[in-house]
Design a protein around this ligand. Sequence first.
Ligand SMILES: NC(=O)c1ccc[n+]([C@@H]2O[C@H](COP(=O)([O-])OP(=O)(O)OC[C@H]3O[C@@H](n4cnc5c(N)ncnc54)[C@H](O)[C@@H]3O)[C@@H](O)[C@H]2O)c1
Length: 261
Amino acid sequence: MSDWLGLTGRNAVITGAGGGIGKAVALELAANGVHCNVLDRASELVEKTVAEITSKGGQATGFVCDVTNEAEVTSVASEIKNCNILVNAAGLVRPGALADLKTSEWEDLLKVNLTGYFLMARSFTPNLVSSGNGAMVHIASISSTNPQGSSGAYSVSKAGVVIMSKQLAFELGSQGVRSNTVSPGLVRTPMTEAYYQVGDVAQRRDAAVPIGRVAKPDDIADVVTFLVSDRARYITGADLIADGGFSQTLMSSVPRPGFGD
Ligand SMILES: NC(=O)c1ccc[n+]([C@@H]2O[C@H](COP(=O)([O-])OP(=O)(O)OC[C@H]3O[C@@H](n4cnc5c(N)ncnc54)[C@H](O)[C@@H]3O)[C@@H](O)[C@H]2O)c1
């Protein structure tokens, strides 16, 4: 069988790898022969992901690390040698309209979703540069360009991630490191599972997406796996939208008498 992606023997670090998207990315990379350094702040989730990878014959090492803690991030970066791949997926969302948001709520979210991504990118840059073929993928969101109401600084954090990635692509391109974002739409993960337990929300969300369903974490993991591989060697500074077409539905959300139903 051909190893089309050519990822065998690479070494990756994945943050939020105990959660929905990060875990799916770690499993998919491991299935493609990548040694996965599984990073999350929740130790039981780290253990679960490592166990799942190794039970399937993959290679994984677990790290309990809070991405907002500079000392912890620096320490993990010094322990992991020869890292080719960084996937930033550790994130959270909290409710709140901007007009009512406390400064601490604003800062707490940006600290994880934006500063955490930055600390990981900065700390792993020397590693990725010395690998000669480094690739970063940062999980952003379509909410970086479509304001997600009542979600505090969430959209702001994702817009920041997109421009941070583009800046990294510019600054690191000549040193052999690519940086891209993947922007998912609606994905059913532990982060969002509670929504899907309410009434007919699951069906209504599926119906809102042109492809007819919200994403599974695997749908996003496949895109990330392509982007970190050499098959995407000429792609950097891109924001790859993986939303089943959901962000293209604006013109269909208003009545247009005489044009179909
Ligand atoms: N689920 C969606 O619909 C969706 C859509 C677009 C983008 N995203 C983004 O994808 C990424 C992954 O989201 P998910 O849905 O898999 O969420 P999730 O809650 O299932 O997983 C997130 C993981 O990050 C970890 N984490 C949180 N804060 C951390 C910290 N400070 N340090 C280390 N680990 C930390 C959590 O323990 C959790 O395991 C996030 O950045 C999220 O914003 C999610």
